[in-house]
Design a protein around this ligand. Structure first.
Ligand SMILES: C[S@@+](CC[C@H](N)C(=O)[O-])C[C@H]1O[C@@H](n2cnc3c(N)ncnc32)[C@H](O)[C@@H]1O
Length: 283
């Protein structure tokens, strides 16, 4: 490596950092979507994917296009939000929820549950099925939110590709499902249409965890596989939002790789299940 390339690489990285900062700041100021505190490595990967797809070659080029072309912003938004999900994803989480949380929920006459970052809704349908089987669904109101309007639209429809039913069915069984999974949907061509009754108590709405305020007091807040995309300052802020939105003795459920350990709310919760990241507000 020559001396020139040795100095060129850090300069290139520094410039890229400046450009990404300008891009996220521009998006925030113009569209109100705040990606400024998203974790950098995954943000970079997704931005570059969009740069190539748009036939561009620099982050600055993308900034210019995004600011002047809302359709490009829509496309970037889809890239920036990772929407991977599945029904009864991490089945042991749902098993622990049944065993440790459901008995507590039985003591409430009415339940408000918030699924934050619900993506295409598989997580919400899973919870509705679980609560129906436990006889709690009729007393629930489930708020299912995501930053991304396109995934919410699919969640509202409740129609999922039939080929995903194999994994969903084995997850359902591993999660301790009481019935047969196929009783919850009707198969039509390549799709599985989920029973409308599973949506009766669900309100789907756009909500941005970074910029929007709390909108209710909840007995349960589930936010799984969303905070991993945020840096630690943003995780802290979102945990504060959850804490302020949580009833006393309410339950918080996070994803496998997420924790409240390094946040300001750690002393306000007791651990219900350390492996499954289930916590209960105690102060
Ligand atoms: C990987 S999916 C997780 C879906 C589901 N919770 C699960 O665990 O299977 C992450 C979701 O978080 C959403 N998301 C990302 N940033 C968000 C924000 N600031 N506010 C609300 N939702 C956000 C994305 O749109 C995406 O649908």
């Amino acid at each position: 490596m020559t001396e020139a390339t040795q100095t060129a690489e850090p300069v290139k990285a520094e410039l890229e950092g400046i450009e990404i900062h300008l891009l996220t700041e521009g998006i925030y100021q113009h569209y109100g979507f705040d990606f400024r505190d998203y974790s950098l490595p995954s943000l970079k990967r997704r931005i570059w994917k969009r740069i190539y797809a748009e036939g561009l070659s620099t982050v600055s080029g993308l900034l210019e296009k995004v600011l002047h072309d809302p359709a490009c912003m829509e496309r970037l938004l889809l890239d920036l939000s990772v929407n991977t999900t599945a029904m009864f994803r991490d089945p042991t989480f749902y098993r622990a929820f049944r065993e440790k949380v459901v008995p507590m929920l039985r003591t409430y006459p009415f339940l408000r549950i918030w699924h934050a970052g619900c993506s295409t809704g598989e997580e919400v349908y899973s919870m509705a099925i679980l609560l129906q089987e436990e006889g709690l669904y009729e007393r629930c109101r489930i708020y299912a939110t995501d930053i991304n309007e396109a995934v919410l639209q699919r969640a509202k429809e409740g129609i999922f590709p039939i080929h995903t039913m194999k994994e969903n069915t084995s997850n359902y069984i591993a999660a301790g499902g009481h019935g047969t999974f196929s009783q919850y949907y009707v198969a039509k061509y390549d799709y599985a249409m989920f029973r409308e009754s599973l949506r009766d108590h669900v309100i789907f709405a756009q909500h941005n965890l970074v910029t929007d305020a709390s909108f209710n007091d909840f007995n349960v807040i589930i936010c799984r596989n969303v905070l991993i995309y945020f840096n630690s300052a943003l995780q802290n802020r979102v945990q504060k939002l959850f804490f302020e939105s949580m009833e006393m003795f309410g339950v918080l459920g996070l994803g496998k790789k997420e924790t409240i350990r390094y946040t300001g709310v750690v002393d306000s919760y007791e651990i219900l299940d350390a492996d499954e990241k289930l916590y209960r507000r105690i102060q």
